[in-house]
Design a protein around this ligand. Sequence first.
Ligand SMILES: Cc1ncc(COP(=O)(O)O)c(C=O)c1O
Length: 443
Amino acid sequence: MKNLKKTDREIASLIVAERKRQEETLMMIPSENIASKSVEEAVGSCLGNKYAEGYAFRRYYQGQEFVDQVETIAIERAKKLFGVPFVNVQPYSGSPANTAVYFALIKPGDTIMGLSLAHGGHLTHGASVSLSGSYFKSVSYGLDKNGIIDYKEVERLALLEKPKVIVAGVTAYPPLVNWKKFGEIADKVGAYLLADISHLSGLIASGVYPSPVPYVHIIMTTTHKTLRGPRGAMLMVTEKGLKKDPDLGKKINKAVFPGLQGGPHINSIAGIAVALKEASSAKYKKYAQQIINNAKKLGEVLKKNGFTLVSGGTDSHLLLVDLSNKGVIGNLAAEALEAANITLNRNAVPFDANPPFYPSGMRLGTPGITSRGMKEKEMEKIGTWITEVVEDVARIKKEMGVEFAGEKQSSVRKEIIAKSKKIKEVKKMVIALCKKFPIKDQY
Ligand SMILES: Cc1ncc(COP(=O)(O)O)c(C=O)c1O
């Protein structure tokens, strides 16, 4: 940062402030993580200066000697790590990558099917506010009363609606996804099956979560979540995918460029290559297992303290908590915890009685805090602090006689949070814990 500090103090000081915020905060938004300095250096390198439209050894500009090698290395590492025959590392991020799959395979008006946003799917799985739900006919499946994907309903809907693409993918779903079942359903109706493993790819790469590779045709993953790489995404085609459609790889490549994107971000692709190397190590495998161990432990503590966990617990990196019995909405819980330096997000729970902007739940995960080296012992503390903060603001809210209409107002929530001594106490303890587990340059 020595140059930036000299030339642009305004931006440099914001980066310094954000770094301090990350240092002193428990990063518990499940889609976030802390990439290594090596990844950061690759992303911040001169590779960002290079235009490289096209694919390795088939570009539209000169000067590709080194970037061709970077992209090829990234592809080969991903193929090896995930056990797939085809990879595209160019998507700018997860949303364009999913859109590229649709662009490759279907026409506007064709039917796609995915997990509803309200039950833990992503916007790009067919939500009406997204391109995926407005350019295509979108059919959504959901969870059953126990918070598990209703596979019978998935099958019934698939047989009825005959979607051309089925998306098996989750953003707020703690249990295992049954890839095999999805594969059987897709095969029955002749649909392409896309597994969106954005949240899970780090766990899958290290074998601590089941891989969809044998059962699906295409896989999309972002690279900045459990995989702990830079912002970006990858599209992979499996052997099963090539068997269904030998041109699938070509179609995906064409859809990404020139279909949807221009020049690839070669600096991000270099960061992806670095992250894939890191994710191939024995150390990373231990890290991935610890993410799950930590999430399970945290779930146990919260459950013991009277929280309701959607689907009863977790098999992955995240927890979805229904706060209804605690007497607060997700907004108040998330903002109170933010004031205590614990960042997570408010989230709808399945069959939520509240509107999406004021949902009944919160979603939290362990990839970021596990990257700092925290283990079960720290989860005990964090679970206790989360309980204390949520229960304290619930108590203050009750004493103030605030109902749902008041809780929806940001100024009222601020007033409740300002009254809590507990939040200030917890914040001090969180900062002390963060100091014991500083963000490292390497893992
Ligand atoms: C399952 C899933 N798919 C796609 C995306 C979109 O990724 P991006 O935000 O990089 O566009 C996300 C992001 O959270 C996600 O969780």
